[in-house]
Design a protein around this ligand. Structure first.
Ligand SMILES: NC(=O)c1ccc[n+]([C@@H]2O[C@H](COP(=O)([O-])OP(=O)(O)OC[C@H]3O[C@@H](n4cnc5c(N)ncnc54)[C@H](OP(=O)(O)O)[C@@H]3O)[C@@H](O)[C@H]2O)c1
Length: 311
């Protein structure tokens, strides 16, 4: 479902052909119907902090799933991992492979070939010059005249300002080519309100607001978003889901693994900041709010669409 000029457009993807190319062509025709600018040409995705926990467990597997579903095309996409750790391309690929168990070997090998590794520090020009060269060489060899550059910061927030300064100085998409530069920042955005505001103003000096994407990967989880559908589009639950019929709500958070690589993160930020005011409160609001939330979710869709249209 998408919103266009105040109307809801419902797209139903039917048929038995679920191949990657058919998904890609459905996606392109959807973009055409909605008069969105076609996203084509050379795309480089840079994962900064590629040696870390988030990158191997979430970011690279998410990129793999996009690739497997046909949303990242071999001839157009180039993925670069960047961190200080001394690793070879194959070293990084081996780490990622370990988190893609159960996936088709053929797809995994094809995906891993898109990935390169550049090693460098987060606050010196040398590493970012190397990174820019890696990206530019690929763009020149791709020869599409476009340069779309996406930087994903899988890093502790303390290094965001210096990394963003380096991206701004050395790695922006050249204006001579069609394209853009975007930066994705993972939560937490600072440790408290003061540090969040400070971080925001530091990033704001370097990038326009529509170049910055602040994300919390949990909030995009399909299961969480589907709770809205379960409440408001289900004839059984809609009339029953209210204070007359629900006695109490208990939200239980469980993980079947230990700290597992997140020790540094938890020491600095703590698990309370990691999940309570965002993940668990969001669940809570979805269970409690009435239709206002539904309207809010529609305007969120509209907001996303307008970002997509005016990158
Ligand atoms: N892991 C999760 O499940 C999770 C969940 C939600 C949000 N997050 C957020 O996502 C971001 C990345 O998380 P992560 O768990 O991947 O972190 P991480 O493993 O501690 O750090 C990622 C990489 O950043 C570099 N790094 C670590 N500490 C640094 C420091 N003090 N100064 C400079 N570089 C440093 C290291 O790479 P090199 O030494 O090779 O440069 C490390 O491999 C953080 O903002 C975290 O709060 C993580």
């Amino acid at each position: 479902v998408l919103l266009k000029e105040g109307k809801i457009i419902l797209f139903v993807m039917a048929g038995t052909d679920s191949s990657a190319s058919s998904r890609q062509s459905s996606f392109n025709s959807l973009a055409k119907d909605l008069e969105l600018p076609l996203e084509q040409g050379c795309l480089t995705i840079v994962v900064l902090g590629a040696s870390g926990d988030l990158a191997k467990k979430k970011t690279f597997p998410a990129l793999y799933h996009l690739f497997e579903q046909g949303f990242l095309q071999s001839g157009e996409v180039h993925i670069v991992g960047y961190a200080r750790t001394n690793l070879s391309d194959d070293g990084l690929r081996g780490r990622i492979r370990a988190y893609l168990k159960g996936a088709s070997e053929e797809h995994v090998s094809e995906f891993l070939q898109l990935i390169k590794y550049v090693s460098g520090s987060y606050d010196s020009g040398e590493g970012f010059e190397k990174l820019n060269k890696e990206i530019s060489d690929y763009e020149m060899s791709n020869n599409s005249g476009s340069s779309r550059r996406l930087f994903y910061l899988a890093l502790p927030p303390s290094v965001y300002p210096s990394v963003c300064k380096m991206i701004r100085t050395y790695c922006m998409s050249p204006t001579s080519r069609f394209g853009w530069t975007r930066v994705i920042v993972e939560k937490p955005f600072g440790r408290d309100l003061d540090s969040a505001e400070e971080l925001s103003s530091q990033l704001g000096e370097l990038f326009e607001e529509d170049q910055l994407y602040r994300i919390d990967h949990y909030l995009g989880k399909e299961l969480v978003q589907n709770l809205l559908v379960l409440r408001f589009a289900n004839r059984l639950f809609l009339p029953l889901w209210n204070r007359d019929n629900v006695d109490n709500i208990q939200i239980v958070f469980r993980e079947d693994f230990g700290t597992d690589g997140r020790g540094g993160y938890f020491d600095q930020y703590g698990i309370i900041r990691d999940i309570i005011q965002n993940h668990l409160l969001q669940r809570f609001s979805v269970w409690l709010q009435w239709k206002s939330l539904y309207l809010l979710s529609l305007s969120t869709l509209e907001m996303r669409k307008s970002r997509f249209c005016n990158p």
